[in-house]
Design a protein around this ligand. Structure first.
Ligand code: SF4
Ligand code: SF4
Length: 343
């Protein structure tokens, strides 16, 4: 891995060039990731909390057509969609967000390769930024990450003083992106940036994810799910703000008797009708079963299938929950039960 020094002024020149070339430059704000139109809007604050909503919709839109159709008496004509292939540079992604596309890639390339997701994911360039602040909802260090994790970033920034960043070149994609701007780069000092990252305050690990994994496998019918099930409103806010929740459904929308479009829309496993069968039977008919599914999917099933935890520890779902359900607390509780269970 190569490390350089870049001044904030020169970094902004690169950002301007990205915009001038017609690419999309995204950066996190307090509420959402936003498209930068003017570089004076860029903040790059290591002490900001994760935005309320993740950048997920730029790679996996809330709703999108996957094909159009035309029906005639004896035929159905299918019309392909042109997938938007614009390059998206995401500047200042927090480490908990930077790896989310990689985590979702497993699902979107499992039994079917989703060209919509893949085309956008391949066009993403992630410039991660070290994080220096956490609140009571953050738990990246419990899910195999940290405020200085470079996982998922193509380039990674560490502020070394008020005007300069250490710029780590992590991937080939990052190297390719930065090479036209090599005139802005000065030799780096790895010892200095290491010292900075080693001294960053990190959230204390709240649970051991492998103990949680074990507990979930042994306690599918635990009465503990009832407590959270009674509280949860089934609003699925938690799924919609999450950077790695990826449930969707497919619906056909007819414009007329002869024309329509097939839509892919976000869905959420906390909705009561998510698993409702056409027969009227619903295997997850009460909220406790749906919340149990959420935790099992993230901390057990996804690990079984892809070797990854389906959670980055960003804490968004808990910060925004209207009834203050805190996933960190729920999962830590599973861990405490596991410890008791092992006694
Ligand atoms: S945001 Fe809270 S209340 Fe809404 S579905 Fe999620 S856990 Fe339940
Ligand atoms: S489940 Fe919650 S804490 Fe985990 S990645 Fe999703 S929003 Fe963040």
């Amino acid at each position: 891995m190569d490390e350089k020094i870049i001044s904030r002024v020169d970094l902004m020149k690169i950002c301007k060039d990205v915009i001038d070339k017609g690419n999309t430059l995204l950066t996190p704000g307090a509420a959402d990731y936003y498209v930068v139109k003017d570089i004076s809007d860029i903040i790059l604050d290591t002490s900001a909390l994760p935005s309320k909503i993740s950048h997920k919709s730029y790679v996996f839109p809330r709703t999108e057509p996957v094909l159009y159709y035309k029906r005639s008496k004896n035929d159905v004509q299918l019309i392909d969609i042109n997938i938007d292939s614009k390059k998206i540079v995401i500047l200042g992604a927090k480490p908990c967000d930077a790896n989310s596309i990689n985590i979702m890639k497993h699902l979107f390339n499992w039994d079917h390769s989703d060209e919509f997701f893949n085309k956008r994911a391949n066009n993403f360039m992630v410039i991660g930024l070290m994080c220096s602040h956490f609140d009571e909802y953050c738990f990246c260090t419990s899910v195999r990450s940290s405020p200085v994790s470079e996982k998922g970033s193509d380039l990674f920034l560490i502020p070394v003083d008020i005007n300069n960043y250490a710029l780590k070149i992590i991937t080939e994609k990052g190297k390719e992106f930065i090479s036209p701007y090599s005139g802005y780069l000065k030799p780096g000092d790895e010892k200095n940036s290491k010292l900075i990252t080693e001294n960053v305050r990190q959230p204390e690990a709240a649970f051991d994810s492998s103990e949680v994994y074990e507990w979930l496998g042994e306690n599918f019918e635990s009465p503990k799910w009832e407590g959270v099930g009674n509280l949860c409103l089934s609003c699925a806010q938690c799924a919609f703000v999450c950077s790695v929740c990826h449930c969707f459904d497919i619906t056909d929308e007819d414009y007329s008797y002869t024309e329509g479009r097939r839509m892919k829309n976000w869905d959420g496993c906390q909705f009561g009708n998510f698993t409702l069968h056409a027969s009227g039977h619903n295997p997850r008919d009460i909220q406790s079963k749906r919340y149990r599914q959420r935790v099992n999917h993230k901390f057990r099933y996804y690990v079984d299938r892809f070797g990854e935890i389906l959670c980055t520890g960003c804490g968004r779902c808990s910060r925004g929950c209207p009834v203050s359900i805190d996933i960190k607390e729920i999962v830590s509780n599973c861990n405490d039960n596991q410890k008791e269970f092992l006694k």
